[in-house]
Write a protein that binds this ligand. Structure first.
Ligand code: FMN
Length: 317
């Protein structure tokens, strides 16, 4: 997830178990082809994250094929195409979900990528552009014929953005219609949601926001699926996750000449995760405010330790 699932976060989630595949944040095909540093950073991963899919966005078949070759050269196990992003900045460039409005173009993007690389090319799409254009079933068949190895469907339209709920009947229908694996995405916020969706004939479930709120959700779903009760997670463990996240981030992208701005980058990353992570916690809004007011790393660590580990989960702000 853009801005959220960096390599540090993915590693920590994977260490807790239950996670079969991680996907990078979406990465610009143009940025990859031009070798832009920031883009390459978004595509970074570590060995412990394998199997890993690098997701790219773009609308030009030749550039997407070139970007797929770069992804393959970086050692990724899978290259995934974003056909789901509804954000105008992406969609207006004929990329993201706007590719769903031009199914033949979308299929030719997949065909040229599949020809260019040996690793599997997969596609992430939505239900369609809007209620009048719910064409995921047709697009799924087209990209399958074009060489896609698997598809993920987030059962909302671009027009819906995140409103309403994901249409899992549509996901299940597509899973029946095509012969490649179909993964479903949308609204798995409790471990039981994942287990229930897994029984709908899909090849797997991709969890987004649920992991940002509860990084143990995948491990808990795996517990349930194997007949055990879902593991309980203490407040101290929840706090330790954020402290470990800070430590991993501090050792990433380190450039001695930019220590202050690196610290700032870490603080901003923890703020971004904090806005999801604190939802549903007692005094979560206070914690959020406290995290957002921290100016230096030590202060951030103190706030987190005090709240989660020292039992001081009434924070004065
Ligand atoms: C902050 C945020 C960033 C996202 N970034 C991406 C992305 O880069 N690529 C992608 O395929 N989906 C992205 N998504 C969509 C999710 O992968 C997922 O399909 C969607 O949120 C529905 O699933 P959920 O209810 O489990 O979150 C993003 C979602 C959120 C909330």
């Amino acid at each position: 997830m853009a801005g959220m699932t960096d390599t540090a976060f993915r590693r920590l989630v994977k260490r807790h178990g239950g996670c079969g595949l991680v996907v990078t944040e979406m990465v610009s095909s143009e940025g990859l082809v031009r070798g832009i540093d920031r883009t390459l950073e978004y595509a970074e991963y570590t060995e412990e994250e394998r199997p890993i899919a690098i997701q790219i966005f773009g609308g030009d078949p030749a550039r997407m094929a070139a970007a797929a070759q770069i992804v393959e050269g970086m050692g990724a196990d899978i290259v995934d195409v974003n056909m789901g992003c509804p954000v105008p900045k992406i969609a207006k460039h004929n990329a993201g979900c706007s590719l769903m409005r031009e199914p033949e173009q979308a299929a030719s993007v997949v065909a040229s990528m599949a020809k260019a690389v040996k690793i599997p090319v997969t596609v992430k799409m939505r239900a369609g552009w809007n209620d009048e254009e719910r064409n995921a079933p047709r697009l799924a068949r087209l990209v399958e014929d074009a060489g896609a190895a698997a598809i993920t469907v987030h059962g909302r339209t671009a027009a819906q953005s995140y409103s309403g709920s994901a249409d899992w009947d549509l996901v299940a229908q597509i899973a029946r219609d095509v012969s490649i694996p179909v993964f479903g995405s949308g609204d798995c916020v409790e471990p039981t949601d994942i287990v229930e969706r897994m029984q709908m004939g899909v090849g797997g479930v991709l969890v987004g926001r649920g992991v940002l709120r509860n990084p143990w959700i995948l491990a808990q779903a795996a517990d349930l699926a194997s007949g055990r009760p879902a593991r309980t997670v203490t407040l101290a463990e929840r706090g330790q996750f954020l402290l470990d996240y800070i430590d991993l981030l501090l050792h990433e992208r380190v450039d001695d000449a930019r220590v202050a701005s690196h610290d700032r980058w870490v603080i901003n990353k923890v703020r971004a995760l904090g806005s999801w992570y604190t939802k549903g916690l007692d005094s979560g809004s206070h914690l959020r405010t406290a995290i957002n007011s921290a100016e230096v790393i030590d202060q951030l660590r103190e706030i987190l330790s005090g709240f989660f580990i020292g039992g001081a989960n009434t924070i004065s702000t």
